[in-house]
Design a protein around this ligand. Structure first.
Ligand code: DER
Length: 233
């Protein structure tokens, strides 16, 4: 199996939780793309009806629209029945790190409004942050260097380095769907208590959101070489 096959298998399994009439949070990323494709297919075949999708990024919005999936937003549909999305790290307590693509804010807004949440992923870890991934923090553009330095200082003991996310050869700042910047925090040592770290990050003025999804997922579907495992909270 390729990594993409595994994402697809998990995505199709996750879509089995979708029922006609649901308001659905539509995630972002490769796994989520398979989910959106599958929902579009089931709608076309008439096997699903009356679905309303709430996209978590401009990219997913465009993709779902191209498949004819009816879309709305949290203003009009504040109760989301189910959200399906990928993840970058999942620990044994179903705490997640997500939003590698920089769409963490809309993902968190849509997915925290859910009655139920399903994540499919093959990246189980014992310790969040253990795979050396950056901790993305969305910050407002105004004085972002000042905010990045305050974030770095919060985690000085963990050997934190804070870098502005850029793209392309010219290293232009990456701008999120919400017009903000992303600061990537890299740690040399564990940041310890995740709840504490989350609260400390969110208390810094200028910070909009971070990528830890704590106590949110209720079900994680893991696709691996040996088949599918469904973990419930
Ligand atoms: O960008 C995201 O939020 C994705 O869901 C990411 O966290 C997982 O991405 P993948 O499905 O592309 O591996």
């Amino acid at each position: 199996f390729t990594q993409d096959n595994l994402k697809k298998i998990a995505a199709y399994k996750a879509v089995q939780y979708v029922e006609s009439g649901m308001v659905l949070g539509l995630g972002t990323g490769f796994t989520a793309k398979h989910v959106v494709d599958r929902i579009g297919e089931l709608l076309r075949q008439g096997k699903l009806k009356d679905i309303i999708g709430i996209p978590t990024s401009k990219k997913t919005h465009e993709h779902a629209l191209s498949l004819g999936i009816p879309l709305s937003d949290l203003n009009s549909h504040p109760v989301v029945d189910l959200a399906i999305d990928g993840a970058d790290e999942v620990n044994p307590f179903l705490n997640l790190v997500r939003g590698r693509g920089g769409c963490l804010l809309r993902e968190k807004m849509v997915e925290s409004a859910c009655k139920k949440f399903i994540v499919d992923e093959s990246k189980l870890v014992n310790c969040i942050g253990g795979s050396g991934l950056a901790m993305l923090v969305e910050v407002i553009q105004f004085c972002w260097k000042f905010t990045a330095e305050r974030l770095r200082r919060l985690f000085e003991e963990a050997g934190c380095v804070a870098k502005l996310r850029t793209f392309g050869e010219k290293e232009e700042p990456f701008v999120t769907d919400n017009g903000n910047f992303i600061v990537d925090l890299y740690f040399k040592r564990s940041i310890g208590d995740l709840k504490g770290a989350s609260n400390a990050i969110l208390q810094v003025a200028g910070v909009v959101e971070h990528r830890m999804f704590l106590d949110m997922a209720t079900t994680v579907i893991v696709a691996g070489e040996l088949g599918l495992t469904v973990k419930n909270k």
